[in-house]
Design a protein around this ligand. Structure first.
Ligand code: C2E
Ligand code: CA
Ligand code: CA
Ligand code: CA
Length: 276
């Protein structure tokens, strides 16, 4: 493959060509998928020190008729580029809120929260606050149980207007978690101005925590930062007991990861709730 320097010939790199083809296939497929309702949500448990499930992160999947379940890592970036993230994100929010409304009627489930990933495009919409409030009202989901996960990259542009939106939703009880914390290029300067409820320690720091001093120090710093900000901290990508105990020793008491459960269909998640 020609991949040398700045030659325009690199456009004919077969690997790149394959990537471009895959993207346009996904692009076309996504439009159809929305109409045909080929998306579904998986729920991944979030647990406390005792192993009790305190909530779930909702993660979208594309149930492709031929290819089976397609990972969001493959189609979310495309949906962000072609704008389909707006209707798709709306569907995710609505589906998660329907679930919250069901749980709210069940005393054994009413404490559970659902975290929903919100991409930058959604957040920058002028009517974002109204949309979220409309979905909450229509579904009957309690705002206090909804947590919106934002990444640092969603906070780079129009920060003043985003802070306003966050404050409006927060007044209604909606919570905010900062996803993949430490991997973006955000500045600590505005961190204190964001009405956050949670920092999420990225899985890249969790992965190496028990054998890499730098990762352990970064995790420790995030935990102390959350403590100072009087907000909670949750570690994602926890796969081993060793990682969990390294986190617990450093003051983190909320976890998410394969050690506690993979993202799963709602029926399985309900089964997990009963089993524990
Ligand atoms: P994310 O928000 O950082 O979600 C966590 C990802 O880590 C999920 O991948 C989850 O399945 C995976 N994960 C959870 N526990 C472990 C673990 O112990 N080890 C490892 N190695 N991985 C773990 P998933 O479901 O493939 O989602 C990938 C990304 O796609 C998400 O990363 C998020 O950025 C995006 N995404 C997923 N659903 C949505 C959505 O509804 N809206 C938007 N805007 N983005 C979404
Ligand atoms: Ca997330
Ligand atoms: Ca994350
Ligand atoms: Ca991530």
């Amino acid at each position: 493959a020609k991949s040398t320097g700045n030659s325009p010939l690199c456009f004919f790199d077969p690997q790149m060509q394959a990537q471009v083809r895959e993207r346009s296939e996904i692009d076309a497929g996504l439009r159809m998928a929305l109409e045909k309702q080929q998306f579904l949500l998986h729920y991944q448990p979030q647990v406390d020190d005792t192993g009790q499930i305190i909530g779930a992160e909702a993660l979208v999947r594309w149930k492709h008729p031929e290819q089976g379940l397609i990972s969001p890592a493959r189609f979310i970036p495309v949906a962000e580029d072609n704008g389909l993230i707006l209707p798709l994100g709306h569907w995710v929010l609505e589906t998660a809120c329907q679930q919250l409304a069901l749980w709210a009627d069940n005393p054994a489930r009413a404490h559970l929260t659902i975290a929903v990933n919100i991409s930058a495009k959604q957040l920058s919409q002028a009517h974002f606050v109204d949309q979220v409030m409309e979905v909450l009202q229509r579904t009957g989901a309690p705002a206090q149980r909804l947590k919106l996960e934002l990444t640092e990259s969603a906070l780079v542009h129009e920060i003043e207007s985003i802070i306003d939106k966050m404050n409006s939703l927060k007044m209604h009880g909606v919570g905010f978690s900062l996803d993949d914390f430490g991997t973006g290029y955000s500045s600590l300067a505005y961190l204190k101005r964001l009405p956050l409820d949670q920092l999420k320690i990225d899985q890249s720091f969790v992965r190496d925590i028990s054998f890499d001093a730098n990762s352990a120090d970064i995790a420790q710093t995030i935990i102390l930062l959350a403590e100072r900000m009087k907000i909670s901290v949750l570690a994602e990508g926890v796969e081993t007991q060793l990682q969990q105990s390294a986190l617990r020793e450093r003051g983190c008491h909320h976890y998410q990861g394969y050690l506690f459960g993979r993202p799963m269909p709602i029926e399985e998640f309900e089964g997990e709730l009963l089993r524990r």
